[in-house]
Design a protein around this ligand. Structure first.
Ligand code: FES
Length: 284
C-alpha cells in the first residue's frame, strides 16, 4: 500500500510536466531521422528494444555486486569487468528508453517515465563512482557505491514495471481486440470510397480503416497498435497512412511499420470487390 501511495503521488506531480515536455522535445529533435528513431524504438526487432537492453546492465551490475559481497578476493577482477560492462551497456539502454518515452503524451506515463529515468541515472552515477573508487584502490568504498547503485536501480526497475504492467506503455493496443471475420464479409460500396482517402468502417465490432486505390481497397485495423490513435484521422500518402497521435507510419499493403514509434505491424485484412461491394476478411 505504501508503495502504491508513493506511485500515485508521483503520477500526480504536475511540476514534472514542464521539464518533461522540454526534454521530450529535445529527445525528439535529436533522434528525428527515421532510421535512428526506428532503430532505438525496436521497429527492426518487432517489439520495443528497451526492455531487452535493460537485461544487460541489470544482469551485469547485479552479478558484480553479488561477487563483491560473496565472491571473495579471487572474484574482484570479474566484479570490476562486470561493473564496466554494465556502465557501457547503460548508454544504448538509456537511449532506447528515452526514444520510447519521448512520445508519451499522457501525463501519468510521462511523469513516471521521468522519475524512472532519474532513478536509473542516479544508479549509473553510483556504479560509475564505484568503478572509479576501485581503480583508485578504495575497494570498500566502491562496494558501498555499488550496493547503493543497486538500490537506485531497483527503484528505477520497479517504476519501469509500473509503466508497462499498470499503465500499459509498450503494449500492442490491438493485442486484445478481435481479429475480425474469418469469412468474407460485406462492408461498403466501392463507389462510396474516394481514391486515396481514409474511410472508417466497423466489421464485427472492429474498427477498420479502408483506403481505395483505383479498383482495389486496402484495409487495416483502425486502432493504432502504438497507443490506440485513430488511423482514419491521419494523412494517407505514398501508399502509407500516418497516425495523427505520434506519427507512426504503416504501409497500407501489408501493415508493416515504415516509421516508429510503433514497432509492431498493424493488423491487416484481405479485401475483394464483389458486385460493387467491398468485402473483407482477416488477413492470414
Ligand atoms: S498512437 Fe502513437 S503513433 Fe499511433
Amino acid at each position: 500500500m505504501l508503495v502504491r501511495d508513493v506511485v500515485r503521488r508521483l503520477e500526480s506531480l504536475s511540476v514534472l510536466d514542464a521539464p518533461g515536455k522540454a526534454l521530450q522535445n529535445a529527445v525528439n529533435a535529436a533522434i528525428d531521422p527515421t532510421p535512428v528513431k526506428n532503430a532505438l524504438n525496436g521497429t527492426w526487432l518487432g517489439h520495443p528494444l528497451h526492455p531487452l537492453l535493460t537485461d544487460i546492465p541489470i544482469g551485469a551490475w547485479g552479478m558484480a555486486v553479488a561477487l563483491d559481497w560473496v565472491g571473495g578476493k579471487r572474484s574482484r577482477p570479474a566484479a570490476d569487468r562486470l561493473l564496466a560492462l554494465g556502465i557501457l551497456a547503460a548508454v544504448p539502454t538509456a537511449a532506447s528508453g528515452a526514444a520510447n518515452w519521448a512520445d508519451f503524451n499522457d501525463d501519468k506515463p510521462r511523469r513516471i517515465g521521468l522519475v524512472h529515468a532519474a532513478a536509473n541515472t542516479v544508479g549509473l552515477t553510483l556504479f560509475t563512482a564505484s568503478y572509479v573508487s576501485r581503480k583508485r584502490g578504495k575497494r570498500l568504498r566502491g562496494k558501498a557505491y555499488g550496493l547503493a547503485g543497486m538500490g537506485a536501480l531497483t527503484v528505477g526497475g520497479w517504476l519501469g514495471g509500473h509503466l508497462s504492467y499498470d499503465l500499459g506503455v509498450g503494449v500492442n493496443r490491438t493485442a486484445f481486440q478481435s481479429t475480425g471475420p474469418s469469412a468474407w464479409t460485406d462492408t461498403v460500396a466501392l463507389e462510396s470510397l474516394t481514391d486515396g482517402k481514409a474511410h472508417l468502417t466497423s466489421v464485427d465490432g472492429v474498427d477498420v480503416l479502408l483506403v481505395r486505390d483505383g479498383l482495389g481497397v486496402a484495409a487495416l485495423a483502425d486502432v493504432c497498435n502504438h497507443m490506440g490513435g485513430p488511423l482514419h484521422e491521419g494523412p494517407v500518402a505514398d501508399g502509407c497512412v500516418t497516425c495523427p497521435w505520434h506519427g507512426s507510419t504503416f504501409r497500407l499493403a501489408d501493415g508493416e511499420v515504415v516509421r516508429s514509434p510503433a514497432v509492431s505491424p498493424q493488423p491487416r485484412y484481405e479485401t475483394r470487390v464483389i458486385d460493387g461491394t467491398v468485402q473483407l476478411r482477416s488477413g492470414h
